[in-house]
Design a binder for this molecule. Structure first.
Ligand code: FAD
Length: 443
């Protein structure tokens, strides 16, 4: 049995990694063309694409702790198509959105292949599973329209669904064969030397404490300062701490657990013959991802399913130090409600991370500021593995004035819906969640 990782709040992705040497923090003065704040998917993908397009520009990443410290190294791993917060009716609109996110997945896969990165991942598919018959009927209708638009997504009746994943009491599921999972911590840390070889400067343990906008933007960290022609806010749930998107993003702690590795018969007995991921259709949605190579011992990552699992704390939105016992119990209860036979499989890891929730669940990507030199991509609302990796391509296109392709997408320069400040936010969130049984949402 492997060690339990309950107290240090380390994700299964980070706990299993070989020892990591952080790059030195920023010391002294630095002048760059673009300074990127945050070393998650958004920051690293932006550095990657900017550098590929403009190899002679000086690009630096400033990361508060180490690469993958944030949600990118703490998530459920699901690399999904679609954009959270958007339900496209029109087949052409659906095709446009699906193709954009498929571009995100393809880009991740091609980066892994091109640089020979050692990154656990797969593309064995994903099921959106319906516990509500009305949701299932609507999804079946949508899938027919999407099929006519040439999308590979199919609605599977409960009987057909059983060949992929076995749930009791399901009304069917939407199967997307082109989704999969990604070990985000491995992806970012394997990409680091590639970026450094190409001249991107990476400073870890470098918290940006102040941003002064201007034609040249000035940043401060404890040990140094940066002057940059442009900056990128790649800080997702942490962005309000920097003074941006305070009324658009609520940082919510999302709690996850991982089982000990279990042999293939455990999972095929549960009805995971192909080892794919799933989500359900509840407001506090549950999700599960089977990770590891088929035919070997694999782990299930499982999260969500209750208010406790999506935990909003007053004034403490992005600290990780105290994953809650309540959340862990609630996660396990929900896990066993789906898979009672997992009762004897040990939980080896549990952790939490900060999700940047927006009121409509839609993220936003664009550029702002009097000098149009503050780029941002934030607010993925728990669905950012694909989109935050795509963000680098989109921000590079905006930076290059070549963004026509993205302008019609729903998140492009999207104005986030207003969320009141504390203490109204805290009181409103908890009152609504308790009374209505759902989290506040507006389209
Ligand atoms: C528990 C959990 C489960 C999830 N599951 C899924 C899933 O299965 N599928 C999916 O699609 N999405 C999922 N998500 C969401 C997804 O992981 C995120 O949307 C995505 O990783 C966001 O990437 P990012 O780079 O924008 O932000 P982050 O990965 O959070 O990176 C931001 C970085 O900025 C750094 N930073 C913050 N402040 C400063 C500062 N002042 N100075 C310097 N650096 C700073 C942080 O240390 C951090 O490393 C999940 C998220 C969580 C928390």
């Amino acid at each position: 049995m492997s060690a339990r990782h309950f107290d240090d709040n380390q994700s299964v992705w980070l706990a299993g990694k070989k020892p990591y040497t952080a790059s030195p923090p920023l010391a002294g003065k630095l002048d760059v063309d673009v300074a990127i704040i945050g070393g998650g998917f958004t920051g690293v993908s932006t550095a990657y694409h900017l550098n590929a397009r403009f190899p002679n520009k000086a690009v630096a990443i400033l990361e508060a702790r180490t690469l993958a410290n944030g949600a990118s190294g703490r998530n459920g791993g699901q690399m999904l198509n679609w954009v959270h917060g958007v339900d496209p009716e029109e087949p052409e609109r659906a095709r446009q959105i699906y193709d954009a996110t498929q571009d995100g997945i393809d880009t991740v896969l091609s980066i892994i292949a091109e640089h020979g990165l050692d990154v656990p991942h797969d593309q064995s598919g994903h099921v959106d599973m319906f516990t509500d018959s009305k949701n299932a009927d609507a999804a079946a209708e949508a899938a027919e329209r999407w099929e006519r638009a040439g999308l590979p997504v199919r609605f599977l009746e409960p009987k057909e669904l059983g060949s992929l994943i076995a749930f009791d009491n399901t009304h069917g599921g939407l199967f997307d064969p082109r989704a999969g999972y990604l070990d985000g911590a491995a992806f970012l840390r394997e990409l680091k030397p590639v970026l450094e070889r190409r001249g991107v400067q990476i400073f870890e343990n470098s918290v940006v404490s102040r941003i002064r906008e201007g034609r040249v933007v000035e940043l401060e960290t404890e040990g140094g300062s940066v002057r940059a022609d442009a900056i990128v806010l790649a800080t997702n749930a942490y962005t309000p701490h920097l003074g941006y998107f305070r009324s658009g993003i609520v940082p919510v702690h999302s709690h996850v657990l991982a089982t000990e590795p279990a042999d293939p018969t455990t999972w095929s007995g549960l009805g995971f013959p192909r080892g794919l991921g799933f989500t359900d259709d509840r407001d506090r949605l549950s999700y599960g991802t089977l990770i590891g190579a088929p035919g070997t011992s694999r782990r299930l990552i499982f999260g969500g399913g209750s208010n406790e699992a999506y935990d909003y704390r007053f004034g403490n939105g992005t600290r990780y130090e105290h994953p809650s016992e309540n959340a862990a119990r609630a996660n396990r209860r929900q896990l066993l409600s789906y898979f009672p036979s997992l009762r004897d499989v040990e939980i080896s890891h549990r952790w939490s991370g900060a999700v940047a929730l927006t009121l409509s669940r839609l993220c936003t990507m664009g550029v702002r500021g009097a000098h149009r030199n503050v780029y941002y991509a934030v607010g993925y609302s728990g669905h950012g593995v694909t989109l935050a990796n795509l963000a680098g391509k989109i921000l590079t296109d905006i930076y290059s004035d070549a963004d026509e392709r993205w302008r019609a997408l729903p998140f492009f320069q999207q104005r986030l819906r207003y969320i009141p400040p504390e203490p109204f936010r805290f009181v409103g969130y908890h009152a609504y969640t308790r009374l209505v049984g759902r989290s506040p949402r507006a389209s």
